[in-house]
Design a protein around this ligand. Structure first.
Ligand code: ZN
Length: 145
């Protein structure tokens, strides 16, 4: 498989069968993000009563890049501390938005999304869920009772 085929396979798999796509009533943090130019809308749910992110999920609808990115997000940040999740998100955003350096290995499959750099209108699709995650983690008043 070349990189484009691998990209198609992984993105299609995640967009057709998104992981952790469900509401989370017990979430301690949540945030909504939308990308009107494409029609993407995602809500990210985080369960982190302490420092560790115990669970992550999302709901919403959008293009395959948006949904695949959100699906991979839930797999990557579960189990991380909130600070590590922020760092991870920044590493991902830097890969998409920053200088064109080799993608860090820690990003795993997410490195395939580097290809959206070639399509500026899709950059927001790839980063939408990550912005929502950061926003959720920054909440001053978590939704937990
Ligand atoms: Zn999109």
């Amino acid at each position: 498989m070349d990189l484009d085929e691998l990209y198609q396979t992984v993105i299609l798999d995640h967009s057709k069968s998104p992981r952790n796509k469900r509401e989370m009533p017990e979430a301690t943090h949540r945030a909504f993000g939308d990308n009107p130019s494409c029609g993407d809308e995602v809500e990210v749910y985080v369960k982190a009563p302490g420092e560790t992110i115990e669970d992550v999920s999302f709901t919403g609808a959008g293009c395959s890049i948006c949904i695949a990115s959100a699906s991979m997000l839930t797999q990557k940040v579960k189990g991380l501390s909130r600070d590590d999740a922020r760092d991870f998100s920044k590493t991902f955003s830097d890969m998409i938005l920053g200088e064109d350096l080799p993608a860090p290995k820690m990003l795993g499959d997410l490195r395939l999304l580097k290809t959206v750099r070639r399509f500026p209108q899709r950059v927001k699709c790839a980063t939408l869920a990550w912005h929502a995650l950061e926003q959720a983690l920054d909440e001053e008043n978590p939704t937990a009772q």
